[in-house]
Design a protein around this ligand. Structure first.
Ligand code: MRU
Length: 344
C-alpha cells in the first residue's frame, strides 16, 4: 500500500489529499457537500479514473447527509440531482459513471427504507467501493507482476498509482507487486505535459514509497527506447472500449506507437469497471478538452505565445498497439472483442 491516503471518509466528511499542491505540499482537504466534492473532481484535487469513481460515490453519500427534510421521495429526487452534478464533472473516465450508477442502484433497491437507513446504506456503499478498489488493484498487481521481467526498467506515463486509485494503483500496482515479489524494478516516469502528473505525482509517490524512479520529459521516451533503456511499458486507462481501444492520458498513444516500433511490450492495467462494454470502439469515447491555460502556463507563468491552443486531456491507443490488458479478473489479449466480453 502507499504511505498516504488518497481519499477517506472521516466524521461524515470526505477527506482528499490535494493533488494540485503536490509535490510541494502534502495537505488534506475536507469536504462536506456534494457540490464541493464535484468541484474537487473538476479542479483535479482528485484525479485518476478509479479515484474519481470513489470520490463520486462519496459525493452521493455526502449528498444524502445534506438532505435534512423528512420526505423520502423528496430526498430521492434531491439525490437524483446530486448524481447529475457529479456526473457533469469529467466526461472521459468511465469509473465516474460506473460508481454513480452503482449508487443509484443502491438508492433504488432501498427506496422503501426510512431516511436514516438510506443515508447509512449509502455511506456504507461508498466506503465499500473504496475498499473494493484497493483489493481490486492488489489483484491487478498480482496478475500483472507475472508479465514484468525480473531485473528491468518499466516506463509509465501519467499517474496510475495510489494517488489515482484508493491507494495501491493499477499500473503502479503492477510495479509494486513485482517489487514485493523480489523483482528489481526501476521505473521511468514521463513527465506528462501539460498537467505534469508524471513529474509531480508519480515521481513523488514512488520516491515516498522507496521505489527507484527516474523522471524524463515526454520527448525523451523514443530515444530511451532506442537505446535499450526501457524493457516494458505499463499504463492505466480512463476507459477501455469493448474492442480493446484504450483512452488514457494524452501522450499514451505516442508511447504505444514508439513501443511497437522498438518491439517493447505495451501493457494497460485497469479494473473491469474501466471497461465500457457498451462502447464498441475508441473513437466513440468522449475526450475531455481542458482549459488552454494548462498548456500556455506553468503555474502562474505564461510560457507560450498568444496563439491558438488545444488541450485534449486524453487520447486513444488502438487495440493493435496493446499487448495485454491486465485486470483483476485476469490478463486478456487480442482478439479483444472476444477476450473482453468474457470479463463481463
Ligand atoms: O486527467 P487525469 O489525471 O485524471 O488522468 C489520469 C489518467 O489518465 C490515468 O492514467 C488513468 O486515469 C488511470 S488511473 C489508475
Amino acid at each position: 500500500m502507499s504511505s498516504f491516503k488518497t481519499i477517506e471518509w472521516t466524521d461524515n466528511k470526505v477527506v482528499m489529499i490535494d493533488q494540485r499542491k503536490l509535490p510541494g505540499v502534502e495537505i488534506y482537504n475536507e469536504y462536506s457537500t456534494h457540490k464541493e466534492v464535484a468541484e474537487a473532481i473538476k479542479s483535479m484535487v482528485i484525479r485518476g479514473a478509479p479515484a474519481i469513481g470513489v470520490a463520486a460515490a462519496m459525493g452521493v453519500a455526502i449528498g444524502s447527509l445534506e438532505y435534512k427534510g423528512e420526505d423520502r421521495q423528496k430526498m430521492i429526487d434531491f439525490l437524483d440531482k446530486v448524481c447529475d452534478t457529479l456526473a457533469g464533472t469529467r466526461p472521459t473516465a468511465v469509473n465516474l459513471f460506473w460508481a454513480i450508477d452503482r449508487m443509484k442502484r443502491v438508492i433504488d433497491a432501498n427506496k422503501d427504507k426510512n431516511i436514516e437507513e438510506i443515508k447509512n446504506i449509502l455511506v456504507t456503499e461508498a466506503n465499500l467501493i473504496l475498499r473494493e478498489d484497493i483489493e481490486t488493484c492488489m489483484e491487478i498487481g498480482l496478475q500483472g507482476s507475472q508479465l514484468i521481467i525480473k531485473d528491468s526498467s518499466v516506463l509509465t506515463h501519467c499517474n496510475a498509482g495510489g494517488l489515482a486509485t484508493g491507494g495501491y494503483g493499477t499500473a503502479l500496482g503492477v510495479i509494486r507487486s513485482a517489487i514485493e515479489k523480489g523483482k528489481n524494478i526501476t521505473v521511468i516516469s514521463s513527465e506528462t505535459r501539460p498537467f505534469l502528473q508524471g513529474a509531480r505525482l508519480t515521481a513523488w509517490e514512488l520516491q515516498k514509497d522507496d521505489i527507484p524512479v527516474t523522471l524524463v520529459t515526454d520527448n525523451m521516451v523514443g530515444s530511451l527506447m532506442g537505446n535499450g533503456r526501457i524493457d516494458s511499458v505499463v499504463v492505466g486507462a480512463d476507459r477501455i472500449a469493448a474492442n480493446g481501444d484504450v483512452a488514457n492520458k494524452i501522450g499514451t498513444y505516442a508511447v504505444a506507437v514508439m513501443a511497437k516500433h522498438h518491439n517493447i511490450p505495451f501493457y494497460v492495467a485497469a479494473p473491469v469497471s474501466t471497461i465500457d462494454f457498451e462502447c464498441s470502439r475508441g473513437d466513440r469515447i468522449p475526450i475531455e478538452q481542458r482549459d488552454i491555460s494548462e498548456v500556455t502556463h506553468i503555474g502562474d507563468t505564461r510560457i507560450a505565445a498568444d496563439v491558438d491552443v488545444i488541450n485534449p486531456a486524453f487520447d486513444i491507443t488502438p487495440n493493435g498497439l496493446v499487448d495485454a490488458i491486465i485486470t483483476e479478473k485476469g490478463v486478456v489479449k487480442a482478439p479483444y472483442n472476444e477476450s473482453i466480453a468474457k470479463l463481463r
